[in-house]
Design a binder for this molecule. Structure first.
Ligand code: TA6
Length: 303
């Protein structure tokens, strides 16, 4: 985007003491939010929240030090938007993993400074011909982001087709942790999960989740709030959600992380994904003319 286009964005959607647009690495267009409560950065590609840091707290989201900013590829960290499918495409392995949204350009629809001092940004996926080839349905998808002491991210799908549509989706949130082997996640005790590390075997979670190796689990049929307990950073991160029946917990561990190529040598030790999703059997059917909202609400407290 040219400097004059950035100027136009700032004229139309910039908000003094709240929101400013700029170009980041590889000319990625960034929305930089800096208000009374918190700082955050989003990039227009993928409508991806990259950073979130409430005042007087450490960064809440993980953003890889080896992240690559490549057009058409999501950045490693923050909150990639997986839509209109989660994971590999159900029938065509040639189609991009996690759908089309996270690698496509979104446009700003609305920005506002809220009465409580938070900053709100609404983005919409800009439709492209190749999207219809990959997913031949009429749907409008927006991301509503509110940055305050709490980060609220809402993925809104409107079915504009004449028939029901089926989607799976995730707000694929990467959290910053002090050390992956020193944290635990509560909230999913006794919940059934599909273990992708053991080839999709079902299991039941016993007590809090701890991570001591590659972990890739889809917890099913749960609306539970999760908490990441991080004694190393003396904090608890709360991940509440609405419109979501799945929670995905992922850490690639060292071998998988090194194969990703954008997580560095030990980046996996500082991250944990806890994703508010609708995946596998929890995929969502949206009637014609109706909408579905998947929301994740992230807050942090000192422990
Ligand atoms: O959410 C976990 C997961 O589905 C893992 O299986 C792994 O593929 C991860 O997403 C990251 O996927 P990506 O395509 O971003 O490398």
């Amino acid at each position: 985007m040219s400097a004059s286009e950035i100027d136009t964005l700032n004229r139309r959607f910039g908000i003094p003491n709240h929101l400013h647009f700029s170009t980041g690495p590889s000319e990625f267009v960034l929305a930089e939010i800096n208000n009374f409560h918190a700082r955050a950065t989003l990039c227009l590609q993928g409508a991806q929240v990259l950073t979130f840091q409430p005042i007087n707290h450490d960064p809440v989201l993980y953003l890889s030090k080896a992240a690559r900013y490549v057009a058409g590829k999501s950045v490693r960290g923050g909150i990639p938007v997986c839509w209109p499918w989660f994971g590999p495409h159900a029938t065509d392995a040639q189609k991009p993993a996690h759908g089309i949204a996270r690698s496509s350009l979104w446009r700003i629809i609305e920005t506002s400074a809220l009465n409580d001092g938070a900053t709100r940004v609404v983005l919409e996926l800009a439709p492209l011909p190749e999207h219809r080839i990959l997913w031949p349905h009429e749907a409008r998808v927006q991301l509503h982001v509110s940055v305050g002491p709490t980060l609220m991210v809402e993925l809104v799908t409107q079915n504009e087709s004449a028939q029901p549509i089926q989607i799976s989706e995730a707000l694929h949130t990467y959290f910053q942790v002090s050390d992956i082997e020193k944290v635990s996640v509560s909230g999913l005790d006794a919940c059934k999960y599909i273990d992708k590390v053991t080839g999709g075997a079902p299991a039941i979670q016993q007590q809090a989740i701890t991570i001591h190796g590659e972990t890739d689990r889809v917890y099913m049929n749960t609306a539970a709030e999760c908490v990441i307990h991080d004694p190393g950073l003396r904090r608890r991160i709360h991940i509440a959600k609405t419109g979501s029946r799945s929670t995905v917990v992922w850490n690639p561990w060292n071998d998988k992380a090194s194969k990703l190529g954008d997580m560095g040598d030990d980046g996996y030790r500082s991250m944990l994904c806890v994703e508010s999703a609708n995946a596998l059997d929890d995929s969502v059917s949206i009637a014609t003319g109706k909408e579905h909202r998947l929301t994740t609400i992230i807050s942090v407290e000192r422990a």
